[in-house]
Ligand binder design. Structure first.
Ligand code: ATR
Length: 255
């Protein structure tokens, strides 16, 4: 999507995927400096591992405990996390619920879950509950976040209690968790609730059909992908771009 936008805006740049072995994570910053890159996006496990090597990072990145964007300006490497803001913008664009006072259940406790939870707290969400397979990881995430987050195990029984009357569920677990997600019952959610699954690459995200059948509004992860990408594109190039323009680019690439 970035290369299409580079072409469209006449920007002399290219975006490439680099396959880096996780054992070499600590040298990624050296590569950025030596190759004189304008910036990079990072995915698991690099988004957490790179943090101690950066010159600075934003409060959002600090709270999320991970960065998905690094820019290099005059030799200074800055880490950003655009996932949370991208999530909020896409939810608003898709007519999702207003955040202030919202009762939310976040599934997962990795970088994406922390980014989403911290941004929801910043925007005034009411109660946030975080359910994760490894409860200790959820406890560590909650301790690093500014609000009072209730944590619990990712089990159908706990979900039934946590999600009763909730207005928003955000599935931030990764692909291998699909079977655990499928075991959850979305009918316990409040009337008019929304369910977001951030795994934009899944053609058939778990529980989509069950949510629709239960009257729960289902949002796939493409909106978040587009909006976090729009924010990153502006950080890389200084060129503003809307989430809608990125969505259009994605749709064109798929057709
Ligand atoms: P990201 O940075 O994209 O959030 P991550 O840090 O790898 O990615 O987090 C993946 C999330 O999916 C975690 O919450 C993980 O649970 P654990 O903390 O217990 O590892 C969750 N997850 C991955 N595979 C899972 C599975 N098979 N069942 C349940 N949860 C799973």
């Amino acid at each position: 999507m970035y290369n299409t936008l580079f072409d469209r805006f006449g920007i002399d740049a290219v975006y490439v995927a680099l396959d880096v072995h996780p054992d070499d994570a600590d040298q990624v910053v050296d590569a950025i400096r030596v190759l004189d890159l304008v910036g990079v996006n990072l995915t698991v496990p690099f988004k957490e591992r790179i943090m101690p090597h950066l010159d600075r990072h934003t409060v959002a990145a600090q709270e999320a405990g991970s960065v998905n964007v690094v820019t290099a300006v005059d030799g200074t490497l800055t880490g950003y996390n655009t996932d949370g803001e991208g999530f909020i913008r896409s939810l608003a664009e898709e007519g999702g619920p207003d955040i202030p006072g919202l009762s939310v259940v976040v599934l997962g406790a990795g970088g994406a879950a922390r980014a989403v939870a911290s941004t929801l707290i910043d925007r005034g969400a009411g109660q946030i509950q975080m359910l994760n397979r490894t409860q200790a990881r959820a406890e560590a995430a909650a301790a690093a976040l500014p609000g009072d987050i209730i944590v619990g195990p990712l089990t159908p029984e706990r979900f039934a209690v946590a999600a009763a009357g909730a207005q928003l569920v955000v599935n931030c677990t990764s692909g291998p968790a699909a079977a655990s997600i499928l075991a959850l019952d979305p009918t316990v959610l409040a009337d008019g609730a929304s369910w977001v699954d951030i795994n934009y690459w899944m053609p058939d995200p778990p529980l989509q059909a069950a949510c629709v059948a239960a009257g729960v509004r289902f949002h796939d992860g493409l909106g978040m992908l587009a909006h976090q990408g729009a924010l990153a594109f502006e950080l890389f190039t200084g060129h503003p771009v809307t989430g809608g323009e990125i969505r259009q680019t994605l749709a064109e690439a798929r057709s």
